[in-house]
Design a protein around this ligand. Structure first.
Ligand code: MLT
Length: 337
């Protein structure tokens, strides 16, 4: 009896002395022990844009495959608005237990400068799972646009700058960034129309309610191949197998518009290491999944290699991209708030 009392006393003492997890107050060891059986229920993957867009497409493909490895369903939840910062903020404040993750892209880096009053600290409030894919963008328009090539589109935009409309997914979105590069390349500001994602923006482009968009191939490839929208250039260094006739922006004379939309998976700061390791492992399996690779290829992109699907690679990418885009954004002097 005495041994049990003594053991209970030591356990209680060790609980009191244990370092507290920064976000929840649950003693770290209990948190880690809990993570040892991780995952024991479904996981939520927040996509900070509307359903049906490119980020959503990437997330659902990866989540479906990761679910198989983890043995628990990863449910994608779309939290759109403010160029992706509302969804990112949701994850920054979520329980750091491994059951909420974020699928985001280059906007995670650009928003750190574009939004001067973010509800979270981009570099302090997240842990890292890994990079996922780097998606090219395409400059597209409604299908009845008169222009025949990128130069013709630019000439048309300059001549009609007060009425031409450019769709994007809000300040901080990839479409916003690419739209900014387009407007700075042509030295002409155009009227922009923000949506909660380029999924809904595509609906209006198809209907002719908006004129131009710069959007990821994961959302435009099928429409371009089907002739329901017109394409002018792709922002990758080389032409894409799935869009062989589409010149690069460099071939078209606008190398400054080259940009890749890298995507990564994040978790709230303080997520147990055991959970992060399992998430990274499942991500690496998903990126080698033949179905994921085939769907990515159909959509003009490819999975990140194992070396990039790691917390260190994502952390380095995010830090480097914040440093790269900060002077560009500050030079343009355009902020979201
Ligand atoms: C973007 O422009 O950042 C994305 O296309 C938004 C989305 O995934 O809908």
């Amino acid at each position: 009896m005495k041994h049990i009392a003594a053991a209970a006393g030591i356990a209680a003492l060790s609980l009191i002395c244990m370092p507290l997890m920064p976000s929840t107050g649950i003693p770290a060891l209990l948190g880690e022990a809990h993570a040892a059986g991780y995952p024991d229920r479904q996981i939520t993957m927040i996509v900070p844009f509307a359903a049906g867009g490119p980020t959503d497409t990437v997330a659902r493909l990866v989540a479906e495959s990761m679910s198989k490895t983890l043995g628990q369903q990863i449910v994608v939840e779309n939290v759109g608005g403010a160029g992706g910062t509302l969804g990112a903020g949701r994850v920054a404040k979520a329980e750091a237990d491994g059951y909420t993750v974020l699928m985001h892209h280059i906007g995670m880096a650009t928003s750190a400068t574009l939004y001067r009053k973010l509800s979270y600290d981009t570099l302090k409030d997240f842990d890292y799972v890994g990079l996922v894919t780097d998606v090219p963008m395409t400059i597209v328009s409604r299908k009845d646009m008169e222009a025949k090539d990128l130069k013709g589109l630019i000439d048309y935009a300059k001549a009609n700058k007060d009425k031409v409309t450019v769709a994007n997914a809000g300040i901080g979105a990839a479409s916003h960034l690419c739209g900014m590069l387009f407007m700075s390349a042509i030295q002409t500001p155009l009227v922009t129309v923000p949506y909660k994602g380029t999924g809904p923006a595509m609906t209006d482009l198809l209907g002719g309610q908006v004129d131009i968009m710069c959007d990821q191939t994961t959302n435009t490839t099928k429409q371009i191949q089907g002739g329901t929208i017109k394409a002018y250039a792709v922002t990758s260094a080389a032409r894409l197998d799935v869009l062989k006739d589409l010149p690069t922006v460099t071939e078209a004379g606008y190398p400054a518009m080259s940009v890749g939309i890298w995507h990564g998976v994040y978790a709230p700061k303080g997520t147990p290491a055991e959970a992060l390791d399992k998430l990274t492992g499942a991500l690496q399996v998903a990126l080698k999944d033949k179905n994921v690779a085939a769907r990515f290829a159909e959509l003009g992109t490819k999975p990140s290699p194992d070396a990039d699907a790691t917390p260190a690679a994502l952390k380095a990418k995010l830090e480097g991209e914040i440093a790269r885009w900060k002077p560009v954004i500050e030079g343009a002097g355009q902020y979201a708030d």
